[in-house]
Design a binder for this molecule. Structure first.
Ligand code: PCA
Length: 214
């Protein structure tokens, strides 16, 4: 089992991005009740086109059973588990390449809304029961974070349509972390580790069910 966590580079008023601070502090391997889980980390650029292309590449690489994208929400009040992404790019500031969209679609002809390929409500309930300051969000904004989640949901859906039934579908989604004055980096990193453990359990349950005789 291998999980990818991404965090974003600095942008706008964020000279350091707490999403990358929390992700880069994750250990490269964790032990879970369902076995060892390898954790890879990557920093994503805050540019619509490159972030979306990189996420699609992570999905098509076939390397990961789960992909968790993380970004900062400067107005966040908890660690938000995002449930969906919209097909729109719009922002008050340009991205780090200078691109400044005002309502353009991310994917021409794409679905207006795509659900993240994970059970957001269940994840929120589970992490909350472990004491983490987690909440569900149905609005990932219209900036680069939303675009990366849209690319993830779109490419996971396309992949699971095209492959045979033996391939375990990728789980994943987006986590918006609040400023460090609201929740510390240590707590975010611990919550992400707990999230990895839950996602590993899903993957194990799925592969066990495939081994049952029919
Ligand atoms: N937050 C931004 C983009 C990068 C990040 O960390 C967002 O919420 O879209």
């Amino acid at each position: 089992m291998r999980i990818l966590f991404t965090g974003f580079e600095p942008f706008g008023e964020h000279d350091v991005n707490p999403s990358w601070q929390a992700v880069s502090a994750l250990p490269s391997q964790i032990e879970t009740p369902t076995g060892a889980v390898a954790i890879d980390t990557q920093q994503l650029p805050v540019t619509y086109a490159d972030a979306m292309a990189q996420v699609r590449q992570f999905v098509s690489s076939g390397t990961y059973q789960a992909i968790v994208l993380c970004g900062v929400n400067g107005r966040g009040t908890a660690i938000d588990i995002e449930s969906q992404a919209v097909n729109e790019a719009s922002s008050s500031i340009p991205d780090n390449s200078g691109y400044h969209p005002h309502g353009e679609p991310l994917v021409q002809g794409g679905d207006d809304v795509l659900m993240a390929p994970w059970p957001a409500e269940y994840l929120v309930a589970t992490l909350r029961s472990q004491g983490f300051p987690v909440a569900q969000s149905h609005d990932a904004g219209k900036y680069v974070c939303n675009s990366s989640l849209y690319a993830l949901a779109d490419s996971v859906r396309n992949q699971s349509r095209g492959v045979d039934g033996d391939t375990t579908p990728i789980r994943g989604g987006f986590v918006h972390v609040p400023p460090t004055s609201v929740v510390s980096i240590e707590t975010v990193t611990a919550a992400l580790q707990a999230l990895a453990t839950v996602l590993a359990g899903f993957s194990q349950a799925l592969s066990n069910s495939r081994k049952l005789p029919d």
